[in-house]
Design a protein around this ligand. Structure first.
Ligand SMILES: [Zn+2]
Length: 322
């Protein structure tokens, strides 16, 4: 009986997602973000992230650091730069219903992926329709609704790279709680991490972006910095993390440190993924950023990590096999 139920459910899921696809196909041809990468961020070298990302918020250089201290070392806080792609993932993690067990259509993960599929979570203007979802995907092709601001921002109780009060100390509640667990897990393994930059408001992204255009030029800015409304930091689900061992910089060197390697290995256990993978600029729109992690929930994060896909690929309907 269970199998019947499962099969029926599977059929329903398949039909509904086919219908959704069909209906949306016409309306959203831009849904895929594949390689648009207009800004060519992909080309930025590794340095870019470091560099680029590191525009400073308001000043130009380590804006981020504004608050921080350690960060300054390289001055690149990504935050400052405002670069990251920040895409989010789309869907939300609702409960998992089904009694599915593995990889069938009854699999709650497949349901979540389907619900959060890129093609079903964007309108004709390329504005996401699920801004508040834990799986919202925001990137260079997908914008948050104008004026979007999460209503559950809190400050996670973790060590930051700076002392001052600042909006970048905040994250959405669920992500903040998961971050506390991640930091505790790291500490238990002898790994010392620092939170560098979390939430970034639309207004702050505007000033970062404009400042970068003014001081570095439009072309460069677009390679490393997000247009306001398209930064994953604005979702409240992303944060840049570094370590005192590398001076708390947001640069590729963090990826090769033992702390960066710990993060890459364990982030998913706490619901986070390394958002901008190495060699995936064409897909994510951003260069490798080993310090930028994005919360999507533990079940999905583990699945994403196992798949080796970027979030754009993971939530692309073409890769969701029911
Ligand atoms: Zn970031």
């Amino acid at each position: 009986m269970k199998s019947r139920t499962g099969r029926q459910r599977r059929i329903v899921v398949m039909l509904s997602s086919l219908m959704i696809c069909g209906a949306l196909l016409a309306a959203c041809q831009n849904g895929t973000e594949e390689s648009q990468d207009p800004n060519g961020a992909g080309k930025t070298q590794q340095e870019s992230d470091g560099t680029t990302v590191h525009f400073t918020e308001d000043k130009g250089t380590d804006g981020d650091n504004a608050g921080g201290d350690d960060t300054s070392s390289s001055g690149n806080s990504d935050e400052g730069t405002g670069s990251e792609s920040d895409n989010g993932s789309a869907g939300e993690e609702q409960g998992s219903s089904d009694d599915g067990n593995g990889a069938t259509a009854e699999d709650p993960l497949l349901e979540k992926r389907s619900i959060s599929a890129l093609q079903t979570t964007i309108d004709a203007q390329s504005v996401v329709t699920n801004a508040e979802s834990m799986t919202v995907i925001v990137n260079k092709q997908r914008s948050l609704p104008e004026g979007y601001e999460p209503d559950d921002l809190v400050e996670p109780n973790v060590p930051f790279s700076f002392d001052e009060p600042h909006e970048k100390r905040h994250m959405r509640k669920e992500a903040a709680e998961a971050l506390e667990k991640l930091f505790a897990g790291a500490k238990a393994d002898g790994i010392e991490l620092r939170a560098v930059s979390g939430y970034r408001s639309y207004q702050r992204q505007v000033s970062i972006y404009n400042n970068n255009v003014k001081t570095k030029g439009q072309e460069y800015t677009d390679r490393v910095s997000s247009v306001p409304g398209r930064s994953e930091h604005q979702t409240g689900l992303a944060i840049d993390v570094s370590s005192p061992s590398v001076g708390n910089v947001l640069e590729e060197v963090f990826g090769t440190s033992k702390e960066g390697q710990w993060l890459a290995e364990h982030a998913a256990e706490y619901g986070y993924v390394i958002r901008y993978l190495q060699g995936e600029e064409d897909t994510t729109g951003y260069v490798y950023e080993p310090w930028h992690i994005r919360y999507i929930g533990t079940d999905l994060a583990l699945d994403v990590a196992k798949s080796g896909l970027t979030l754009e690929e993971y939530f692309d309907e073409a890769n969701i096999k029911l």
